[in-house]
Write a protein that binds this ligand. Sequence first.
Ligand code: AMP
Length: 278
Amino acid sequence: MRIFKEIGPLRAYLKPLQSPAFSVGFVPTMGALHAGHLSLVRASKGQNSLTVCSIYVNPAQFTNAADLTHYPRTLERDINMLIEASCDVLFCPENDDMYGAAPYLSFDLGPAGDILEGQFRPGHFNGVALVVSKLFNIMQPQRAYFGQKDFQQFFIIDQLVRGLKYDVELVCAPIVREPDGLAMSSRNMRLNPDERNRAAVLYQCLLQTRKGILDGELFEALKSQMNEYCTTQRVVLEYLAWVDRKSLAPADTVADSILLIAARVGDIRLIDNLFVNE
Ligand code: AMP
């Protein structure tokens, strides 16, 4: 695996490879890799001539200084996992190269940028849109791979790609879970054993709410039941939303709808989601 720490040499490496018969598959990550990330690498390997993974803890998308400071960084281990997964190229830049003296651009992402995660983490999606735009411009990928785990992020990036006419195909990969249903996440590493046990509550809430909706129960009633359930497990529910997958507007029918949840277990904020009609 080739490792690039600077934009210039990576561009110089990729440019001569581009041709109609050649495709770059791009997997952006913030590192502390797990099986969820590796599923994206595998998907890219199956569809492209070259797979590039990036590991960059993007300061612009953090809305909480402690979360940025404590975000797990395990580069040596990540490199070994990527080699094992036969990833072709790793890009792990420094902040100076990515942001440095460049103007800090803002995006108007419309209402989708200000609800749910956007409401609890104001400015988060602007930081995501900014770094993904930079990375797409550096990498010029034919395909880019994201997880359904961050469903609203995928929605926003899809808007970005369509709005700015990026010539890239977006692929949304299914959520990889632990045996108890907890969605894999780099932040899970920060849970102590007791918190780790309680973290399965998020997936339980999603399953129970989906069952309730399919049984014809009122979503508002289900929401307050889940709130109580979380409280008994010492989990703080930030939101549980039932929305249309295509618009993120509140859903009133099962078809094409999704449940989204965010909750805090101790100091760690976790998110998850579930399609209702699957
Ligand atoms: P992150 O390193 O958290 O920024 O995640 C990098 C990419 O991996 C994003 O597109 C995530 O949605 C995706 N991802 C994170 N966790 C999972 C998971 N459990 N299953 C599948 N994809 C995931």
